[in-house]
Design a protein around this ligand. Structure first.
Ligand SMILES: CSC[C@H]1O[C@H](OP(=O)(O)O)[C@H](O)[C@@H]1O
Length: 345
C-alpha cells in the first residue's frame, strides 16, 4: 500500500486538472478529470477538493483553465476577470483561495495581448503546487521537535489531501515520526463532514502511523485521562495578531487544552496569514448546507424540517495558541511581531 505522504490529491495530466474526489474516500479513490474552470468551482464548493492550501492550488489551476478559454477573444481580460470572481466566490473563509486567484490575476494583467497567458498561468500553478509541498516539508522540519513522545490530538484533515502534498499539521506529525518520536495520534472524527474519520484515518493508516479515531466529544475526556500531550491543527485564515480560523470545533479544543495545560499548536504556511486583517473578528465564517448536519452518508439522522446551524469554521483567539508553525520558522507570542518577522517585512 503506497504511503499517504506521497499522495497527490491535485495533478495536471493531458491538459486536464485531476482531482482525487475526497467525497468518495475512504471507500473509493475516484479521480475527477476537469477541463472547464466552472467544473473546478463546483468541485471546490462541493468539497471534492478541500483544505485551505489545496483549494488555493486548485484555484490557481482553475485560473489557467479560465485563461485558456478566454485566450481567443479580444476581451480576454474581462472574461478572465469574470472567471476569477466565480472562482473566488467558491468558498469564503480560506484566504489561500482568494490569494491564489489574485496572484494569478496580477500575473495575467501585466501581460500584453497575444501573450500566452494560459501557458504562463499554468506554469505558475505548477510552481505553486511544488512550492506548497516544499513549504509543508519545511514546516515539518521546524515543528517536529515540538511534538511529544505521547498522545497528539488532531482535528479535521491537514495532510496530503488538504494541501499540495505531505500536509501541514499532519506533515509536522509525519516529520516527528520520521525523526523517531514515539507518538500516537488521537484523530477527531470531525463532524459533520468527517474529514478526520474519512480522510485523516485513511492517511495515517496508509502511513502506518499509530492512531485511534474518536468522536469529537471525547477530546475532553482523553485530555482529562492524561492521554493527550499536545494538540496540533491546521488553519484556513490567520489574522495578523494570530487569531486563527479553522474547522468548527477547533476553538473548543483550544479552550480544553488551555484548561488542561496542554500545548496547542497551529501549523500553516505564511500564505494562510492574512496580514491585512488585524484580528479574527473580521474573518468570514462559511455556513454550509443543513443537509451536512441532518444527513450522514445520505441517511437522514434528524427529523425533516429541523432548523440547522452549520458554521464550517470557528476562530481561536491568539491567546489560546502556544505557537504557529510556518515554513519559515515557529512564531511565538506576540504573534503580530513574530509573524511579520517571519514574513520578512
Ligand atoms: C491544511 S489546512 C486544512 C483545513 O481545511 C479544513 O477545512 P475544509 O475541510 O472545510 O476545507 C480544515 O479547516 C483544516 O484544518
Amino acid at each position: 500500500m503506497s504511503k499517504a505522504d506521497s499522495v497527490r490529491a491535485i495533478r495536471w495530466e493531458a491538459d486536464q486538472l485531476l482531482l482525487l474526489d475526497q467525497r468518495r474516500l475512504p471507500q473509493e479513490e475516484l479521480i475527477l478529470r476537469l477541463g472547464d474552470y466552472r467544473e473546478v468551482v463546483a468541485a471546490i464548493r462541493n468539497m471534492a477538493v478541500r483544505g485551505a492550501p489545496a483549494i488555493g492550488v486548485t484555484a490557481a489551476y482553475a485560473m489557467a483553465l479560465a485563461a485558456r478559454e478566454a485566450a481567443p477573444y479580444p476581451d480576454w481580460r474581462e472574461r478572465l476577470r469574470g472567471g476569477a470572481e466565480q472562482i473566488k466566490a467558491a468558498r469564503p473563509t480560506a484566504v489561500n483561495l482568494a490569494w491564489a486567484v489574485d496572484r494569478q490575476w496580477t500575473l495575467a494583467e501585466q501581460m500584453g495581448a497575444g501573450a500566452d497567458v494560459a501557458t504562463t498561468l499554468l506554469q505558475a500553478a505548477h510552481d505553486l503546487l511544488e512550492d506548497d509541498i516544499a513549504a509543508n516539508r519545511q514546516m515539518g522540519a521546524f515543528g517536529a521537535s515540538l511534538m511529544p513522545d505521547g498522545g497528539v490530538l488532531t482535528h479535521c484533515n491537514t495532510g496530503s489531501l488538504a494541501t499540495g502534498g505531505f500536509g501541514t499539521a499532519l506533515g509536522v506529525i509525519r516529520a516527528a515520526v520520521a525523526a523517531g518520536k514515539a507518538l500516537r495520534v488521537y484523530a477527531d472524527e470531525t463532524r459533520p463532514w468527517l474529514q478526520g474519520a474519512r480522510l485523516t484515518a485513511w492517511e495515517l493508516q496508509k502511513d502506518g502511523i499509530p492512531f485511534s479515531l474518536n468522536v469529537d466529544g471525547a477530546a475532553a475526556a482523553l485530555m482529562q485521562q492524561g492521554l493527550i500531550q499536545a494538540v496540533i491543527v491546521g488553519a484556513d485564515r490567520i489574522a495578523a495578531n494570530g487569531d486563527a480560523a479553522n474547522k468548527i470545533g477547533t476553538y473548543a479544543l483550544a479552550v480544553l487544552a488551555h484548561y488542561h495545560g496542554i500545548p496547542f499548536y497551529v501549523a500553516a504556511p505564511l500564505s494562510t496569514v492574512d496580514f491585512a486583517m488585524a484580528h479574527g473578528a473580521g474573518i468570514v465564517i462559511e455556513e454550509r448546507p443543513p443537509e451536512e448536519v441532518t444527513h450522514c452518508a445520505g441517511l437522514a439522522v434528524a427529523p425533516a424540517g429541523v432548523q440547522v446551524r452549520n458554521p464550517a469554521f470557528d476562530v481561536t483567539p491568539a491567546a489560546l495558541i502556544s505557537a504557529i508553525i510556518t515554513e519559515r520558522g515557529v512564531a511565538r507570542p506576540s504573534f503580530a511581531a513574530s509573524l511579520r518577522e517571519l514574513r520578512g517585512a
